[in-house]
Design a protein around this ligand. Structure first.
Ligand code: LRH
Ligand code: MN
Ligand code: MN
Length: 426
């Protein structure tokens, strides 16, 4: 299945009757705030989010997994799927590989395939949360934190191997997420585990090429339920500082205890120049990995408000690496990813509509009600026409889900790959 220029031209011929009028209205409304509509459209069009190689198939829970049919079973097919999403949306121009779930066999061919889909290789992810077939040492009691020298060394070597793989593909960053922790009080000495982790991360950092970044992801619990070594942004930040200038914290939206003020964490990290990467998803209870924006869209907007502020005011912070980190139990994974991409761009676009000067003045006046009005004025603006304009301008389709359905992409994939195909990874 390939989406051609002709498909896109045909689909975009039929225009939504109110689209132009909505754009006109937005132009007038934004003009009153001194915001140029075309500038916003351009920024939205440039906003690209990486798709992880493990998100293309139906996920599952420990209670079961329901196949969707036509799922990709090779890295090549996964890239083809990202290519489909990118052709429809022009917003998913990168892939994030998980090693060893998706080790390329023929690097030249994989690079050419990615290039043919206009896809870059973003951060590579290591995996020391599972024992790999044939591995000498187990991670049952931890990897980078392990008190067993050989397990720790094996985990460090794995990360160095992942860097080598990423380097051959053009990646420039490594994301480390550790499941390391303990299930029962007394099981682990907190300080020893932290010391070992810091030591191991420093070795990995030292093994990165000079132009690479290290992203340290945190998570409060799961799979360990009493303690996790890198449990919060503070621990990640501390470890990043211990490693060096090119080590950063990575924020995954699902990795917080309920009601955590994530936007404030974002602001603090950006002020300190240490927000390196971001994993998007949504959740009701824990690390639910639901479609972005499906549960707490206002929280997502507030987070984007800080991201936009940081991108405009914190040159000390590098441009963050964006990735969707979601799983799909009952929806078509490709439709789900398209919905996530849409939610991310909606949050970004609405955050761009905040009248920053007026907000600053209202904050100085301690005019609390006005501050809230200014934020909500942006949040309550329907920006979907802006997203549509950004897509049309980039050569994507106006309405990706409708296009996906009218082109019967899933049936075509089932015809090509069969109903029993099963994605690798999660
Ligand atoms: C851990 C996590 C991490 C992993 C991915 C599969 O919960 O968010 O980013 O690499 O899920
Ligand atoms: Mn994550
Ligand atoms: Mn997670």
């Amino acid at each position: 299945m390939k989406i051609t220029q002709q498909h896109i031209a045909d689909l975009n011929k039929v225009q939504d009757a109110t689209y132009q009028a909505e754009l006109g209205l937005l132009e007038a409304k934004l003009g009153r705030k001194g915001i140029n509509l075309q500038d916003v459209i351009n920024k939205v069009a440039q906003f690209q989010v990486a798709i992880p190689s493990w998100a293309l198939g139906a996920g599952g829970t420990r209670f079961g997994r329901f196949s969707y049919g036509g799922e990709p079973s090779t890295l090549e097919q996964k890239l083809d799927d990202i290519g489909l999403i990118h052709a429809l949306t022009k917003s998913a121009g990168a892939v994030s590989l998980h090693i060893p779930w998706d080790i390329p066999q023929d690097y030249k061919a994989i690079k050419e395939l990615a290039q043919s889909h206009d896809i870059l290789f973003d951060a590579v992810n290591s995996n020391t949360f599972q024992d790999q077939a044939g591995a000498k040492n187990s991670y049952k009691f931890g990897s980078l934190c392990s008190s067993v020298d050989a397990s720790r060394e094996q985990a460090v070597q794995h990360n160095l191997e992942v860097i080598k793989i990423g380097d051959q593909l053009g990646s420039k960053s490594l994301t480390v997420w550790l499941a390391d922790g303990s299930n029962f009080p007394g099981q682990r000495n907190f300080q020893t585990g932290l010391i070992h982790t810091e030591d191991s991360l420093k070795k990995i950092y030292a093994g990165m090429p000079d132009d690479w970044k290290l992203f340290i992801e945190y998570k409060p619990y799961e799979p360990n339920f009493y303690s996790t070594v890198i449990q919060d942004w503070g621990t990640s930040f501390m470890l990043a500082n211990a490693c060096g200038e090119r080590a950063y914290t990575l924020v995954d939206l699902g990795h917080h205890l309920p009601n955590t003020n994530i936007e404030q964490i974002v602001a603090t990290l950006m002020y300190k120049g240490k927000l390196g990467g971001f994993h998007f998803n949504d959740s009701k209870y824990g690390d639910d990995d639901l479609t972005v924006g499906s549960i707490k869209p206002y929280a997502l907007f507030l987070i984007f408000n800080e991201l936009v502020y940081g991108m405009q005011n914190n040159p000390q912070n590098p441009y963050p690496a964006w990735m969707i980190d979601a799983s799909h139990n009952i929806k078509d994974p490709l439709e789900d990813l398209i919905q996530s991409l849409e939610a991310i761009r909606i949050a970004y676009a609405t955050a761009l509509l905040v009248d920053q000067d007026a907000l600053k003045a209202a904050q100085l006046d301690n005019d609390v009600a006005l501050c809230q009005e200014l934020l909500q004025d942006a949040y309550r603006t329907d920006v979907r026409a802006i997203l549509k304009a950004a897509r049309i301008q980039s050569g994507a389709v106006a309405d990706p889900i409708a296009a996906y359905r009218s082109l019967a992409v899933r049936s075509a994939l089932i015809n090509e790959r069969g109903t029993a195909s099963k994605a690798t990874g999660l």
